[in-house]
Design a protein around this ligand. Sequence first.
Ligand code: DAH
Length: 335
Amino acid sequence: MLDRIDQTRAEAGSDAAGLLSAESLEQFRVKYLARKGAIAELFEGLKAVPAGERPLVGKALNALRNDVQSLYDNARATLEAGRGEAAAVDVTLPGRGRYIGSTHLVTRTLEEFQRIFVSMGFNIVTGPEIESEYYNFEALNFPPDHPARDMQDTFFITKNVLLRTHTTPVQVRIMERQQPPVRAIMPGRVYRNEAVSPRALVQFHQVDGIYVDKGVTFAELKGTLVSFARQYYGSSIKYRFRASYFPFTEPSAEMDITCYLCGGKGCRVCKHTGWLEIVGSGMVHPKILQRVGYDTEKVTGYAFGFGVERTVLLRHDINDIRLLYENDVRFLRQF
Ligand code: DAH
């Protein structure tokens, strides 16, 4: 009898190791602990044990029942904690990939601008985000009453110090410390005091560019911007230049390309015009060259300015600029 008790304990012990599902747990209970289970059967056999041995065997049987009950309780607790099947290692499963962050879409776009313009001979120059009223407006030929100087658009820090509203002031800073030829792009952060909306943030990025040398022409400006657009948007784009106005360029032009989405037929992205405006540009106004001491009889220049977020939204068909800075990985992982 004592041997059978030991055997049952050993068998229950090895069965308990395989209790990884609710089904096997129930089978275990029926086999050992139920009213017609192995332990009940042993208790049944107690009657046949000689009276003298009965207390000893009875004690051993009680111990077995307690042991098997606790095997069962432990296995059930493990299963209920959800560790049952998960704890079994399935070595045939593919490894779990670890998500690695990537460069932000706006940073990548800035890098791509830089790569393309550097390949065309431009240097990269940066300037201060906290700028004086002089560089941001006056040196760029903004009339004193120009609406862009208004408190509506500009974050003033003091009367004459502000957060730059564009990267164009860096053009003046470069020319003040360097004689022609000057050929540089100026990427950076800019600020505008505007209501945040799907189309506007108070902080965004621009890439300005300038080339001043002997005999620089409008044709070269067009050639450079077209070359950029073909590299960035694809070689099949069509383009057009429209006359425009900026205080610091004369003449001024904006470049449009055929909408990449509809190919020029008209759609939501291009607001049914077939065209997308991608950059402001023009020939550097002689007054600006003269103010930095350049001889406008000898040198001319062109300049241009891109809005980076705008470019990103257009190219990836994103309809709300705020998505770029909400840091929701579900959005960011798509790029
Ligand atoms: N600074 C202009 C803006 O903020 C963009 C711009 C237009 C820059 C023409 C230029 C340029 O350098 O030539 O909207």
